[in-house]
Design a binder for this molecule. Structure first.
Ligand SMILES: *Cc1c(COP(=O)(O)O)cnc(C)c1O
Length: 428
């Protein structure tokens, strides 16, 4: 026991480890010392070996800011990579909003202003078919708010083909029921008719919910009523379009958009801000003045409100139509092929074996399932996938047939230099 304790390195000796120097600079010596002492305690208690005190200290210290990852997966909206990358305008707006700002202040009168007024105005301007708009933390929050404010202790009528799991084990039916609303399931997995909905509607109905199947497709002998048909049932209709397209996108003809669903008669449409809209994580609620005002004034709305950084980024995303997601979606395949070819030539000059190949990219992240976007990739040795991920910046590709494909559709052209450098570094 005494021997074991004697092997525990002294605090000063651990603090001399050069790997701790950046932490001491950033956090101050006392806070790093506290982490060393905690690791020493663990060693004394036998939870770790005395020789592991240095590593345990490093492990327990908070890592640096998020790591930049170049998205070469060929999936435009990768949930694990933070979905939509923000535009330069949105990033600039966040920098300004990070200080003291007019998020809830009227500079004209010097009085309190409408919180996020600029974002709400930009959203209303982008979707003239919406009489009113509201913004919350994400689309899941938008649905929770709609269910809480409009269907608590009442029924939400929904097709069995639209009982969606969003991801990471979270399921829309459970999310909706957690609010105190009851789900009234109608139809079958593959087919639901207007008559199914009509038969289920009654005095207990809060609203009919139509959910866009954004991460799966039901094909073959399948049918569901249109928004227009459901709007004629005489009860409120809420539509979850998921992807956040505000207007039709010609490249994704099967993807619903807010304007079209509102024009077809939906009372309220919900969507994510960080999918095809290309903005920050948030949830959009657009629709008739009555239901939007009801959700906006509900007490729970205060718990779901977005911060000033989100409002700033959303405003910039809506005002400036150019953003990396839209650019990636609309990228010309011939141009992608040219970029892949140029990178391969430069890699060869650096002694790295690589080949330009044609690929198929996907929207991902809950948008346009099954749609393949023609793309191009730089194919390198599959053994490089790990070193590429661990590099700085990190590069996430996809391994296929023993090769690591670095798909360029979701890589901004300005990132090509960094990508090239990262591949060269991963080879050495
Ligand atoms: C993505 C998605 C959600 C969840 O949206 P979050 O913004 O991630 O909360 C809900 N419904 C549909 C149809 C979606 O596509």
């Amino acid at each position: 026991m005494t021997d074991h304790r004697r092997q525990i390195p002294r605090t000063d000796a651990v603090l001399d480890d050069p790997r701790l120097a950046p932490f001491v600079l950033r956090m101050g010596r006392d806070r790093v010392k506290a982490a060393v002492n905690a690791a020493q305690r663990k060693a004394r208690n036998g939870e770790i070996r005395p020789s592991d005190v240095r590593d345990e200290t490093l492990r327990a210290l908070p890592g640096d800011a998020p790591r930049q990852v170049i998205n070469a997966t060929g999936v435009l909206l990768h949930t694990n990579l933070g979905r939509a990358p923000l535009s330069t305008a949105a990033l600039d707006a966040i920098r300004v909003a990070g200080g003291t700002t007019d998020v809830e202040f009227d500079v004209g009168t010097g009085r309190r202003g409408r919180r996020g007024g600029a974002a709400l105005a930009a959203l209303a301007h982008a979707v003239p078919d919406a009489e009113a708009v509201h913004v919350v933390n994400n689309n899941a929050a938008a649905l929770v708010l709609a269910a809480t404010a409009l269907a608590r202790d009442r029924e939400i009528v929904i097709s069995r083909g639209e009982l969606v799991e969003i991801g990471d084990g979270f399921r829309l039916p459970e999310l909706l029921e957690s609010t105190g609303a009851r789900l009234r399931e109608v139809g079958t997995t593959n087919r639901t008719s207007v008559a199914d909905y009509a038969a289920a509607i009654g005095p207990r109905t809060g609203f009919v919910l139509k959910v866009h199947p954004s991460n799966y497709r039901i094909e073959g002998f399948a049918a569901t009523p249109s928004v227009g048909e459901l709007a004629g049932l005489g009860v409120p209709l809420v539509g979850d379009i998921g992807s956040g397209l505000l207007a039709p996108e010609p490249l994704l003809p099967d993807e619903p958009d807010a304007a079209t669903w509102l024009r077809a008669g939906a009372d309220l449409v919900t969507a994510s801000g960080d999918k095809l809209l290309g903005g920050p994580q948030c949830g959009l609620l657009l629709g008739r003045a009555g239901p939007v005002e009801t959700v906006r004034r509900h007490p729970v709305a205060r718990a779901l409100r977005v911060d000033k950084l989100t409002l700033a980024a959303l405003t910039a995303t809506l005002v400036h139509t150019a953003n990396p997601t839209r650019d990636a979606l609309r990228a010309d395949p011939a141009q992608l092929r040219r970029r892949a070819g140029a990178l391969v030539v430069r890699l060869a000059a650096a002694g790295v074996k690589a080949e330009a190949v044609d690929t198929g990219a996907a929207v991902g992240g809950g948008g346009a399932p099954g749609v393949e976007l023609p793309s191009a990739a730089v194919a390198v040795d599959g053994a490089l996938a790990g070193p590429l991920r661990l590099g700085s910046p990190s590069v996430a590709g996809r391994v296929e047939g023993g090769r690591c494909l670095l798909d360029l559709r979701a890589v901004a052209p300005q990132q090509d230099e960094d990508l090239l450098a990262a591949v060269v570094a991963a080879c050495s």
